[in-house]
Design a protein. Structure first.
Length: 389
């Protein structure tokens, strides 16, 4: 029997965090998780989902909502770590007009927005202790009080909280309230990292290869036996998000729609201390460890870190677009030279430029003539001999 595939409803929407966009249930451990999801879905009990970043916690929460009697009602997903402490209280509980500087209108909070449905609070361990007190009160009283108001508003919400930290350790360290921990810990679901469910690795890899081939307008790619072994031997510290990025990159650089180990850009990072790591493929080394730092690489790393701090949506796609667009202009808008410079196929370059709107803008600026494009280095069709077709 084919195991189900779960995906986010809109994978192009801004990410709550470095989140997974798909889950499969081929591995026996994943099948056990799926069965537990089915057991927990009918209940209204508060649920705590734990797991490393990128293991698919939001997808699981959405699936639980879809299987529950609340399906068809709102599902609101929020990353608690993406907001400053001064804003998260207003966003969580709402505010009245004039409650603080800039509050020109009244606004409902996330609890009110999810009324009748499910509220998913990701990275709940990032909430400050004062906000934990207010959240505990809401869970106990089943009502919220907006900032600037004294009138309680009844709510009917199922809460699903998620975290990638050990809340028990946080309680011991006095970073998380013990009473809130017990309130959240009614039902639990632990998502193992990808390295502990190896049966899901190849189905996910093929799914993302097909997904990006469709987006790029290219032919589907296949994994060689060597690439397959490399994928199965990698520890995947970034979990599902990492394998998505790896397959996206491999599709851009592979030749003949065949993915080899040389096409796989895998991180040299290791999972957290104490995590189980599969034995690496014999003789395999990460290209990252072979590269000596240069001033240019250091500057690039600094620029990327600055972007990461901004928590921008669709960051990978924005960086990729910047790279291809810049290379295209550097090569005087010659697609073939751009492909050679980046080490990818010309078909990929053309598809991406069309997706970015770069080709349409350039033709418009040049009057849409082939001669103008040729004058800037674009390939021009060779003249045909008389009588040829």
């Amino acid at each position: 029997m084919t195991m189900p595939l779960l995906t986010l409803p809109n994978t192009s929407s801004p990410a709550l965090s470095v989140r997974a966009k798909a889950l499969v249930f081929e591995d026996p451990r994943s099948q056990a998780i799926l069965e537990r999801i089915r057991q927990l879905s009918p209940s209204d009990a508060t649920l705590l989902v734990t797991g490393e970043t990128g293991t698919g916690k939001e997808i699981v929460a959405r699936h639980i909502h879809a299987l529950s009697h609340r399906r068809g009602r709102p599902f609101v997903a929020v990353n608690c770590g993406a907001w400053s402490e001064s804003l998260v209280e207003s966003e969580l509980f709402g505010h009245e007009k004039g409650a603080f500087t800039g509050a020109t209108t009244s606004k409902a909070g996330w609890f009110e927005a999810a009324d009748g449905g499910t509220l998913f609070l990701d990275e709940i361990g990032d909430l400050s202790l004062p906000l934990q007190v207010k959240l505990l009160r809401v869970l106990q009283e089943r009502e919220v009080v907006r900032l600037g108001s004294r009138q309680p508003i009844p709510i009917d919400v199922r809460l699903i909280a998620a975290t990638n930290v050990n809340l028990e350790e946080a309680v011991i360290a006095r970073k998380f309230r013990e009473d809130l921990f017990y309130r959240l810990n009614v039902a639990t679901l632990a998502l193992p990292p990808l390295r502990e469910r190896p049966g899901d690795i190849l189905p996910l890899a093929r799914y993302f290869l097909d997904l990006y081939a469709h987006r790029l307008g290219s032919e589907p790619a296949v994994l060689t036996a060597e690439a397959t072994a490399r994928l199965l031997g990698h520890p995947w510290p970034g979990n599902i998000r990492e394998i998505e990025n790896a397959m996206h990159h491999a599709l851009l650089v592979c030749k003949g729609q065949e993915v080899t180990p040389a096409d796989l850009r895998l991180t040299a990072l290791l999972p957290k201390a104490g995590a189980s790591i599969p034995p690496p493929e014999q003789g395999a080394t990460d290209a990252v460890s072979q590269v000596r730092p240069t001033p240019q690489a250091t500057a690039l790393e600094g620029a990327l870190l600055a972007l990461f701090e901004q928590n921008l949506p669709n960051l990978h796609e924005q960086i990729e677009e910047t790279i291809i667009r810049t290379a295209y202009r550097y090569c005087d808008r010659n697609q073939l030279q751009t492909a050679r410079l980046l080490g990818i196929s010309r078909n990929i370059v053309r598809a991406r430029l069309a997706q970015f709107g770069e080709l349409a803008r350039y033709r418009a600026s040049r009057g849409g003539t082939a001669a103008a494009a040729f004058g800037r280095g674009e390939a021009s069709p060779a003249p045909r001999a008389p009588g040829t077709t």
